[in-house]
Design a protein around this ligand. Sequence first.
Ligand code: AMP
Length: 216
Amino acid sequence: MTLNLVFLGPPGVGKGTYAKELSKRYNIPHISTGDIFREEIRKGTELGKKVKSYVERGELVPDEIVIEVVRKRLSQDDCKRGFILDGFPRTINQAIALDSIVKVDLVFNFVAPKSVIIERLSGRRICQKCGAIYHIKFNPPKRPGICDKCGGPLYQREDDKPEVIEERLRVYEKQTAPIVDYYRKKGILVEVDASRNMEEVIKDCEQILKAKGLLQ
Ligand code: AMP
């Protein structure tokens, strides 16, 4: 039995936070294409140089680049029992490519009103060292600007700044929303109300996974 999951939803809906938690509970990798790109950019690799301008402007990286990255990552041993894809697929082309690589068991579509999303994104802070996610209002670190877990410095993503947020939400609506239809037609889509707190959202996800026979 595999736990091959895709998490969909606009930027800021909390996908990364839920994915990190479920990945820890079920010992399957959390694969975020955004995290992969940010890491490559930070390290200044060939791939990082190729994708930097897209990521910083909040535009989509070309399909052929993203698909190759995901194909390579999914071929690694730690993905054999399952994985959580977060931020991929974002276009129909990517969804079709994913189907040719692996069988997706279930797709969670996380939804929340736009006002909630904007508030979550603009207050989000991330640890530069360990990637832990905070929110200045809803989940603040004990000491401002410093990670509780590792003491690393917190930063705000370039693309979480208000002028870029609007663009990312527009891009999401236009290019990614059709993917919801794609998976709905396949009968493997479930919708989760992500405007609630994390514990409730996670509990919901686990109940759904059990009901679908994907978890004991
Ligand atoms: P995220 O952390 O998922 O919000 O992704 C940050 C940025 O990385 C996006 O705004 C895109 O520039 C790029 N990116 C991440 N995943 C993809 C994808 N599946 N397709 C195209 N671009 C992506």
